[in-house]
Design a binder for this molecule. Sequence first.
Ligand SMILES: Nc1ncnc2c1ncn2[C@@H]1O[C@H](COP(=O)(O)OP(=O)(O)OP(=O)(O)O)[C@@H](O)[C@H]1O
Ligand SMILES: [Mg+2]
Length: 268
Amino acid sequence: MNDTTNPAKISVRGIRKTFELKDTEFVALERVDLDIADNEFVTVVGPSGCGKSTLMNILAGLEEPTAGEALVDGKSVHGPGPERGVIFQQYALFPWLTVRKNVEFGLKLAGLPKAERRERAEHFIRMVGLEQFADALPKMLSGGMKQRCAIARAYAVNPSILLMDEPFGALDALTRVKLQEQLLETWSSEKRTVMFITHDVDEAVFLGNRVIVMAARPGRIYDVIDVNLPYPRAEDVRLSPEFTELRNRVWHSVYHQEAGIVAGTASS
Ligand SMILES: Nc1ncnc2c1ncn2[C@@H]1O[C@H](COP(=O)(O)OP(=O)(O)OP(=O)(O)O)[C@@H](O)[C@H]1O
Ligand SMILES: [Mg+2]
């Protein structure tokens, strides 16, 4: 994956990230190396505080690493870009804009004509089931509905990379399964590279080509598990013995972590 003919879509090279904490230095990420291939779907799990959001924010261009670098299409990341759609852990909607205007926002920036904007926004608002609330302001929505609006907004600009930080965390189980399957459908039909953070081990295995398990103190890659389950994935996959076996493996890796082990490199 690292040869020059087929460079990784996303590369994380020796990333270290520290934060000043009173008089001490807090190490949020240490020696993180990761390659994500074009059109790969990578899921990230790990205990709270292990640096998942910090890693995503670096890839999104919202934080600079203390050492090392992040590359997208071989170029060093400094700041956000339209090829990267981001869904934050805390749904970041513009509170003064309606659902429709929030979803149209990126399309307006991209210079799409009004009619086309409207049509694309409608499509994605319907996809997340918010058509009744298209003209509502975010304060009138529940947590799960806000998150669905954030998902529609990220999908609408059609980015080649989706960086998703626990996007389905606030959703009810039914909507969650529906959106997981929709996300896989979108990913299979249109070329996309996805990094998807979750606390849910089942979700990580159901969605990913690969599950990256992180550990805390310092935040690092602890394990990488290939998920060789066939796509399209639906209920039969969730109920298969292979799924259960992989899920148990990931579960063990997340909940029985030994202190101080750093995976050498996480590239496949
Ligand atoms: N801006 C900041 N200033 C100081 N410390 C920070 C900052 N951002 C993150 N941290 C610290 O870095 C560590 C990693 O935080 P991060 O939000 O990346 O964790 P996470 O894996 O996403 O956790 P969760 O699963 O709870 O969302 C935490 O200990 C956090 O306190
Ligand atoms: Mg987080």
